[in-house]
Design a protein around this ligand. Structure first.
Ligand SMILES: CC(C)(COP(=O)(O)OP(=O)(O)OC[C@H]1O[C@@H](n2cnc3c(N)ncnc32)[C@H](O)[C@@H]1OP(=O)(O)O)[C@@H](O)C(=O)NCCC(=O)NCCS
Length: 154
C-alpha cells in the first residue's frame, strides 16, 4: 500500500511515560484546528487514555525511539450492528515526519485491531477541504455522502 518514502515506525498503545511528548503533539494538533482547550480537558483526556476501563484509546507512532504521531479513538456500541465500532477521533503526525507513511501506518494498525477486536467498523470524519488528510484517507476507502450537524450547549 505504501510507497518508497515510507519510514519504518513502531505503532503501540500510549504509555504513562509518553505524557510529555503526547502533550507536545496534542498541542500541535489543537493548534492545527486553532483550538484552545481548557487544561482540565487535556488532563481528563490523558487520564482516559491510560484508563483501561475507558472507551478512549491512544496509539502512538515511534520512529527511532521518538514519538512522532498519535491516533485517538473511541470504541462504542451502536444500533446497526451487534459488535462495537471504533471512531477515530484525532490523527496527528508532526510536520517534520509527514509524507512518509506514518499516518497511514496508524490507520493500518487500527484496521488490523478492528479484526482482532471484532469491531464492526472503523470510521472517521475530516474537514472537506483537508486535502492532505483526504489523500491519505482515499487510499483506504472513499468518503460517503453523510454531512455532520452539531448543536452545542454553549
Ligand atoms: C493527515 C496526517 C495525519 C497524515 O500523516 P502522514 O504521516 O503525512 O501520512 P502519510 O505519509 O501516511 O500519507 C500522507 C499522504 O498525504 C500526502 N502528504 C501529506 N503530507 C505530506 C508531506 N509533508 N510531504 C509529502 N506528501 C505529503 C502524500 O501524498 C501522502 O500520500 P502518498 O504517500 O500516497 O503520496 C498529517 O498530515 C497531519 O497530522 N496533518 C495535520 C492534522 C490533520 O489534518 N489530521 C487529520 C484530521 S482528520
Amino acid at each position: 500500500m505504501h510507497n518508497a518514502r515510507v519510514t519504518p515506525c513502531i505503532i503501540r498503545a500510549a504509555l504513562p511515560s509518553d505524557e510529555p511528548v503526547w502533550h507536545e503533539l496534542w498541542g500541535g494538533y489543537c493548534d492545527f484546528y486553532g483550538a484552545r482547550l481548557e487544561d482540565e480537558v487535556t488532563r481528563r483526556t490523558w487520564k482516559r487514555i491510560l484508563d483501561p476501563d475507558s472507551a478512549v484509546m491512544c496509539i502512538v507512532a515511534e520512529v527511532e525511539g521518538r514519538v512522532v504521531g498519535f491516533a485517538h479513538c473511541v470504541v462504542h456500541e451502536n444500533t446497526w450492528e451487534t459488535q462495537a465500532v471504533c471512531y477515530l477521533e484525532d490523527l496527528f503526525v508532526v510536520p517534520a515526519a509527514r509524507g512518509r507513511g506514518i499516518g497511514g501506518a496508524l490507520i493500518e494498525w487500527l484496521r488490523n485491531a478492528m479484526r482482532a477486536e471484532g469491531w464492526a467498523r472503523l470510521y472517521w470524519m475530516t474537514k472537506a477541504d483537508n486535502a492532505e488528510a483526504r489523500r491519505l484517507y482515499d487510499r483506504f476507502t472513499h468518503a460517503d455522502d453523510f454531512v455532520r450537524y452539531v448543536i452545542r450547549q454553549k
